[in-house]
Unconditional design. Structure first.
Length: 459
C-alpha cells in the first residue's frame, strides 16, 4: 500500500485499523515465541523447567531491544526523509542501520554466551533450574542476531509500505516455531524436562532463522517496496538519530525485562519456582496485550512520520484523534476479556497443578486492571518517536517502565503493610497492585505530554 494512495487526513477509524492490522498481527505473532515454548514446556517438563525459560527470556529480550530501537527509531527517520522526497538518502540510511544492527548482534551474542551463567547466579537462579536455563540459553544465543533483525524489520516493512509481507514473514517463522515445539517437545521429549527445554530452544532458534533471515534476502534483492539494501550513507549522526528516536522503545523493553527480573526475584523469594511460574503465565498474557498495543503504535508511526515530514497538520490531527479512540477502546476491551478468561488462560500453563492455578488466577485478576492504562503510554511513546522527538518518547518510557515501577513496588506494599498489617498476604497483594499503580501514573503523565506538545507538533 503506497502512502500516496491513502487519504490520511480523512482516514476513518475502521480504515486506520485495517491499515495497521498486518503490523499488529506480525508483532503479536513475534511475541508468541516464548509463549508457545511455555505452553509445551510447562505441560511436558513441569514447573521447574517452565520457571527456567522464564528466567532466561528477559535477558534475551534486553538484547533484542536494540533491534526494536533501531527499527522504530530508524523507521521514524527514514519515513521523514521519504516525506521530504529524498528516497536515495532514505535507502542509504536504511542500509547503514541494518549493517550496524548485524554487527551489534554478533558481538552481543558472543559476550552473552560467556556471561549468561554469572548473570543467572547473581539473580538467584536455583540449582534445580540452572541446568535448564543454560541448556535453553546456549541453543538460542547463536540466533539472537536474527531475533534482533526480526523486530527491526517489522518496523521497516511498515515503512516500506509492505506490512503484509512483514506479516507473512512472521507467520512463516511462527509456523516453524510451533511445528518445532509440537514435534521436539510434544512428541520427542516424552516427559523428559531437559529434552522439553532443549526442544523448545531448537524450535525457537529455527523460527528466528526464518523470521530474521528472509527479510534480509528480500531487501537485498530487487523488490517493489520503497526500500532496498545497498549503498550505505555512512554518517554516524544517522545512527545517533535513529538511536535517539528509538531510545524510548529500547528502554521500554529493557526496563520491562529488568522489572520482570525484579518480580521474578520477589516471587522466587516469597513462593519459590512456583511463584516464578505463576508470574510467567501472567507475563505471557501481558505480552500478548502489550504486543497488540505496540503493534498499533509501530504500524501507525510511518504515517505519522511521513505526515510530519510533509508538514501535513490535518493528517496529523486526524491520525492522533483516531488513535486515541482506538487505543482507549482496545484497553477497555482487553481488560474485560482477560478478567472473564482468567481461569482458562491460567489453566493452559498450570499442567494440572491446582495450587499453581489458584496463585496464577489470583495474580492475573489483579494484574489485568493495569490493562486499562497500558494503551495510552504505549501509543504516546510511539507518537513522539514518529515525530522524531526522542526526548519526550524516552522520558515517557523510562518513567513508565523503570521509575514508576520501582517506586510503586516499594510504596504499594508498604501501604498494604500499613493498612492490613505485616503479613505475607499484604506483601503478595502489594506486589501485584504495584503494577496497576505504575500504569496509572504513566497514563496521567502521557496526557500531560499530549497537552504540552500539542502546539509544537500541531496534532
Amino acid at each position: 500500500m503506497n502512502e500516496n494512495t491513502i487519504d490520511v487526513k480523512n482516514l476513518s477509524t475502521g480504515k486506520l485499523i485495517v491499515v495497521v492490522l498486518p503490523t499488529i498481527i506480525a508483532l503479536l505473532i513475534s511475541s508468541l515465541y516464548s509463549i508457545v515454548d511455555g505452553v509445551f514446556v510447562s505441560n511436558v517438563g513441569g514447573t521447574t523447567a517452565f520457571s527456567a525459560i522464564n528466567q532466561v527470556a528477559p535477558i534475551f529480550l534486553i538484547i533484542a531491544s536494540v533491534g526494536f530501537m533501531l527499527g522504530t527509531g530508524g523507521t521514524a527517520l527514514v519515513s521523514k526523509v521519504q516525506g521530504e522526497g529524498d528516497s536515495e538518502r532514505a535507502n542509504g540510511i536504511f542500509s547503514l542501520l541494518t549493517y550496524t544492527l548485524i554487527t551489534i548482534g554478533v558481538i552481543a551474542s558472543i559476550v552473552l554466551w560467556f556471561a549468561t551463567e554469572p548473570i543467572l547466579r547473581a539473580l538467584g537462579t536455583t540449582k534445580e533450574a540452572m541446568p535448564y536455563c543454560m541448556a535453553y540459553a546456549h541453543i538460542v544465543i547463536p540466533a539472537l542476531t536474527l531475533f534482533m533483525l526480526q523486530f527491526y524489520f517489522q518496523s521497516f516493512f511498515a515503512c516500506a509500505r509492505k506490512p503484509k509481507l512483514g506479516l507473512a514473514d512472521t507467520l512463516a517463522a511462527g509456523v516453524v516455531n510451533i511445528g518445532g515445539d509440537a514435534l521436539l517437545v510434544g512428541v520427542m521429549a516424552k516427559g523428559d524436562p531437559m529434552k522439553a527445554v532443549q526442544g523448545a530452544a531448537y524450535a525457537t532458534a529455527a523460527g528466528l532463522v526464518v523470521g530474521g533471515l528472509l527479510p534480509v534476502i528480500y531487501f537485498f534483492a530487487k523488490n517493489s517496496s520503497t526500500l532496498h539494501l545497498g549503498k550505505v550513507v555512512f554518517k554516524l549522526r544517522y545512527i545517533g538519530a535513529a538511536c535517539g528516536n528509538g531510545i524510548s522503545e529500547f528502554f521500554t523493553n529493557v526496563s520491562a525485562s529488568f522489572i520482570n527480573i525484579v518480580y521474578n526475584s520477589l516471587f522466587l523469594y516469597m513462593i519459590g519456582d512456583m511463584g516464578v511460574a505463576a508470574f510467567g503465565t501472567v507475563g505471557y498474557v501481558n505480552t500478548i496485550c502489550c504486543a497488540i498495543a505496540s503493534g498499533y503504535a509501530v504500524g501507525v508511526a510511518p504515517y505519522i512520520a511521513y505526515s510530519y515530514g510533509a508538514k501535513d497538520t490535518d493528517a496529523l490531527k486526524n491520525l492522533h484523534k483516531k488513535s486515541l479512540v482506538i487505543v482507549i477502546g482496545y484497553s477497555v476491551l482487553a481488560t474485560i476479556l482477560i478478567e472473564i478468561l482468567a481461569t482458562p488462560l491460567a489453566s493452559i500453563f498450570s499442567h494440572g497443578d491446582q495450587k499453581l492455578l489458584e496463585i496464577t488466577v489470583d495474580g492475573l485478576r489483579i494484574f489485568t486492571l493495569s490493562f486499562l492504562f497500558k494503551g495510552i503510554p504505549t501509543y504516546g511513546s510511539g507518537l513522539f518517536t514518529a515525530l522524531n522527538d526522542g526526548f519526550s518518547s524516552g522520558f515517557i518510557s523510562i518513567a513508565r517502565t523503570l521509575v514508576f515501577n520501582l517506586a510503586t513496588i516499594i510504596a504499594v506494599p508498604v501501604l498494604f503493610f500499613y493498612m492490613y498489617g505485616s503479613s505475607y498476604e499484604a506483601a503478595y497483594y502489594g506486589v501485584w497492585y504495584s503494577i496497576v499503580g505504575s500504569e496509572i501514573l504513566a497514563t496521567i503523565m502521557t496526557f500531560i505530554f499530549f497537552k504540552v506538545k500539542r502546539k509544537k507538533y500541531q496534532y
